[in-house]
Design a protein around this ligand. Structure first.
Ligand code: SAM
Length: 291
C-alpha cells in the first residue's frame, strides 16, 4: 500500500512541478499501482536481450520498470509537454529513447530498426490511450512488425472483444484479426481507481503472442479482411445478404450462396456466428471462384 501511494505521489508531484494538467482527449490516465505494473512485467517476460516499444509513456511509471529489465526501450509520446519531462527523468539511461510523435503516424518499422535493431526479441508493452486503442492494435497487427508479443492495458470492453467467442455480442472484426495474427491471453482486470485521474471504465491487461504464421491459411488476405468486415458491418443480416451488399454490391448473390453452400455454411447464418476457420474456408472459396 505504501509503495502504491508512492507511485501516485510521484505522479502528482511530477505533474505539479511541471505545471501539467492532464488531457482527457489524449487518454491521459496514469497508472499508479505497483502490483499491476508487476503483472504487466511478468506477462512481458523481458530479459537483457529484449527491446521494448512503449506507446504513450505518460509520466514514465511503466517506462521506469521497462528500463530496469529490458536491453533497450523506445517510448513514443504524442504530448509535447511530457517529452522534456521524460527526457530529463531518463537522461542518465542512454538505453531509453524518448521519441516525440504519434504512434498512428510514425514509421514503426523504421523506429524499431533504428532504436531496437540490436535486440534479439522485441515486444510492445504499453498502457494504451483509450481513444485510439483499436486503431493502434490493428496497426501493430497488420503491419507485421517483428514483434514477439504485445502486452497492453486497454479498456476492459475491448479486452473482452479480443477474447470473445463466435455468436456473442463482443465478437467482432477485431476478434478475428487478433486471433488470425496472435494467440490472445487474458492477464488481469484493472479497476478504474488505480489511475490518476480515474477513468469512467475499468481496464484489463492482455497479452498477444504473435504467431510466426497466421492461424489459418488464406489464399487472398485482403479479401479475407474484406469478407470479415462485410460480415460484421451488417451483423443483423444473413451472411449471404451482408456479403452481397457489402462486398459485391448486390451483383453476385447466387454465386455467394453457392460458395457458402459448397463450404458447408448455411447462407442464412449471420456473419457473427462464423469461426476464424469458417471465414478462411469461405474466403478461399470466393477467391477460387473469382479466378
Ligand atoms: N504509460 C503511462 C502510464 O501507464 O501511466 C501513461 C498511459 S496513458 C493511458 C496514455 C498515454 O499515451 C498518454 O501519455 C498520452 O499522452 C499518450 N498518447 C495519446 N495518444 C498517443 C498517440 N497517438 N501516440 C503516442 N502517444 C499517445
Amino acid at each position: 500500500m505504501i509503495v502504491e501511494s508512492g507511485i501516485a505521489e510521484k505522479t502528482r508531484r511530477l505533474l505539479a512541478e511541471h505545471g501539467l494538467r492532464l488531457k482527457k482527449s489524449l487518454g491521459q490516465h496514469f497508472l499508479t499501482d505497483r502490483h499491476i505494473l508487476d503483472k504487466m512485467m511478468r506477462a512481458a517476460g523481458l530479459d537483457g536481450e529484449a527491446g521494448v516499444l512503449e506507446i504513450g509513456p505518460g509520466i514514465g511509471a511503466l517506462t521506469e520498470r521497462l528500463a530496469q529489465e529490458a536491453k533497450k526501450v523506445a517510448a513514443v509520446e504524442l504530448d509535447d509537454r511530457l517529452v522534456p519531462v521524460l527526457a530529463e527523468l531518463f537522461s542518465d539511461r542512454p538505453h531509453v529513447k524518448i521519441i516525440h510523435g504519434d504512434a498512428m503516424e510514425l514509421d514503426l518499422h523504421r523506429l524499431i530498426r533504428e532504436h531496437l535493431g540490436d535486440c534479439s526479441r522485441i515486444s510492445v508493452v504499453a498502457n494504451l490511450p483509450y481513444y485510439v486503442t483499436s486503431p493502434i492494435l490493428m496497426r501493430l497487427l497488420e503491419e507485421r512488425l517483428p514483434l514477439e508479443r504485445i502486452v497492453v492495458m486497454i479498456q476492459k470492453e475491448v479486452a473482452e472483444r479480443l477474447m470473445a467467442l463466435p455468436s456473442t455480442k463482443a465478437y467482432g472484426a477485431i476478434t478475428v484479426a487478433a486471433r488470425y495474427y496472435t494467440e490472445v491471453e487474458w492477464v488481469t482486470r484493472v479497476p478504474a481507481h488505480v489511475f490518476v485521474p480515474r477513468p469512467q471504465v475499468d481496464s484489463a491487461v492482455i497479452r498477444l503472442n504473435v504467431r510466426r504464421r497466421p492461424a489459418v491459411e488464406v489464399t487472398n488476405e485482403p479479401l479475407f479482411f474484406r469478407v470479415v468486415r462485410a460480415a460484421f458491418n451488417q451483423r443483423r443480416k444473413t451472411l449471404s445478404n451482408a456479403l452481397t451488399s457489402g462486398l459485391f454490391k448486390g451483383e453476385r448473390k447466387e454465386s455467394v450462396i453457392r460458395c457458402l453452400e459448397e463450404v458447408g455454411i448455411d447462407p442464412n447464418r449471420r456473419g457473427e456466428t462464423l469461426s476464424l476457420e469458417e471465414f478462411a474456408k469461405l474466403t478461399n472459396r470466393l477467391d477460387e471462384r473469382a479466378k
